[in-house]
Design a binder for this molecule. Structure first.
Ligand code: ADP
Ligand code: MG
Length: 488
């Protein structure tokens, strides 16, 4: 049966389903069994897991019970099958084996007039917004996932993603996960600063996975949407249905997971969802603006679990990558002519992130097409005056800290901590030094950003690095590299 018919029947075909009911005696026995289960496990388990089931057939040795989705069937098998068998046995008076199978209409077939598993009365069904997700989830995995899945932007593919030194690891990791049949790395965790291509890579992954196997149930959404759905489920006391929806996917992709920091209940639920999927060998893909260990406001056990798979970071772009991206975007905008020196100028000056770089190119090319001729460097400077000025002072202390931590391979949290070990103390001084050099922040402001240190500590760091730089050529190289990357 295809998805469409399934959905149709579940929405308007209840009458038809009721007509093809199972044997009345069997239905009666089923209700007796379910009633005992309900008594033992309570209403919440009944509503979430038992009510959507139905008996399909029975003979001397075997009772076949239908569950609306594979996930539900697995869950019932794991948690309730023993008691279900006991009660059937008691009901029939001889040993039987209870088997589960997936059948979206099983519950309808066993609904009876007494109402134990009957559909909700019309008036209640009228509160459409309260339960549509549940009803969809119970009847068709695909449609529930579709309803939750954020739209995938067709422009964000692997083909349109330009690879450079700063993103090659993340790109390779994403490619690998997209093309592997089994689950090799779980989760795949992609992180990097804003506008550096995380969402682009997530969409590319979703496209690729779906195009390789259209049957794989891929759910992509932001962490914010996850929270929103969860809060709604809580409000409607429908968290079991929420769990069911999320746990029935093959690939779960959550973008910007840092959003759930300090949101305890959402975190908890996310963690359970995550574990359930990983236990069932389903792929989980996460993005965030920082590494798992640096996700403040997220519980330690979750942070550590997030780092168990493959963690890949996207660094700030370098000049070559920016130029490559500009060239590639320009090729896509057929017929627009922008001189190389303009592209080079943009790559050099718009260092904040790729989103702004694209914006700058769009403005320049719009100007060119209005004027009917390629723009010169002077015109570019003028058109982009505000953007360039903003980029010149855009480097933030946060970015500096992140880049320095990356570069010296220390944790951001350590950089800001009180630890005095040389392995973190020197990078910390470098970061303070660069903050003084590349931003307009005052010494006390810089001190505060480094775990609330005193301004005299910052003065000391700046002096120390200035001295060392003279003596130590490799430190000088490090500093030059870092200020180049940071657009200084
Ligand atoms: P993030 O999610 O990391 O904040 P996005 O994925 O939204 O960033 O990227 C911002 C913009 O920059 C998007 O339009 C994206 O297509 C583009 N972009 C980022 N990195 C690249 C890249 N390596 N190649 C091509 N386009 C890129
Ligand atoms: Mg994003």
């Amino acid at each position: 049966m295809d998805k469409l018919t399934m959905q149709d029947e579940s929405q308007q075909g209840r009458v038809g389903a009721l007509q093809s009911q199972a044997d009345p005696k069997l239905v009666e026995q089923w209700h007796a069994v379910v009633a005992r289960m309900r008594k033992e496990f309570g209403d919440s388990v009944y509503n979430s897991w038992l009510k959507p089931l139905g008996v399909l057939s029975a003979d001397e040795k075997r009772v076949v019970v239908g569950a609306p989705t594979r996930f539900m069937s697995d869950w019932v098998q794991k948690n309730y099958i023993d008691r279900l068998s006991d009660f059937w046995q008691a009901e029939l008076g001889h040993p039987v084996v209870v088997e589960l199978m997936v059948n979206p209409l099983a519950a309808d077939k066993t609904a009876d007039a007494a109402g134990a598993t009957a559909p909700e009365p019309q008036s209640k069904a009228g509160q459409a917004s309260a339960t549509p997700a549940y009803q969809q989830a119970a009847r068709s995995e695909q449609s529930a996932t579709d309803a939750l899945c954020a739209p995938i932007d067709p422009r964000y593919t692997f083909d349109s993603f330009v690879v450079g030194k700063s993103n090659e690891l993340a790109h390779a990791a994403a490619r690998r996960v997209a093309s592997s049949e089994g689950v090799q790395f779980n989760p795949l965790f992609l992180y990097g600063g804003v506008g550096l291509g995380k969402t682009h890579l997530m969409h590319a992954l979703a496209w690729e996975i779906r195009s390789r196997n259209p049957n794989r149930n891929v759910l992509y959404l932001s962490a914010e949407k996850f929270m929103y759905e969860f809060v709604r489920a809580l409000r409607f006391k429908d968290t079991m249905a929420f769990k069911e929806q999320f746990r029935s996917v093959d690939v779960l992709m959550v973008d910007d997971v840092q959003f759930i920091a300090n949101k305890d209940a959402t975190q908890e639920e996310f963690f359970h969802t995550f574990n359930a999927l990983v236990d069932h060998n389903r792929q989980v893909i996460i993005s965030a603006d920082r590494s798992p260990s640096d996700l403040e406001g997220i519980e330690e056990r979750i942070r550590s679990r997030l780092g168990w798979g493959l963690v890949a970071d996207i660094h700030a772009t370098d000049y070559e990558l920016r130029l490559g991206i500009l060239q590639s975007k320009l090729e896509q905008m057929q017929g627009v002519e922008v001189h190389d020196d303009v592209l080079e100028f943009l790559a050099k000056r718009i260092t904040s992130n790729v989103r702004e770089l694209e914006g700058a190119l769009n403005r320049v090319s719009a100007h060119a097409s209005l004027m009917g001729k390629p723009v010169t460097l002077d015109v570019t400077r003028e058109v982009l005056q505000d953007l360039i000025r903003a980029n010149d002072r855009r480097v933030t202390i946060d970015e500096i800290q992140r880049s320095v931590a990356d570069y010296f391979n220390v944790r951001l949290a350590d950089l800001l901590s009180a630890r005095r070990a040389r392995a973190v103390a020197r990078p910390r001084q470098v970061a303070m030094y660069l903050s003084k050099q590349l931003t307009a922040r005052s010494l006390p402001e810089i001190g505060r950003k480094f775990g609330g240190r005193d301004h005299t500590t910052v003065i000391h760091a700046v002096k120390r690095i200035d001295e060392l730089r003279e003596l130590d050529a490799s430190l000088d190289d490090d500093l030059q590299h870092l200020s180049r990357v940071l657009g200084g």
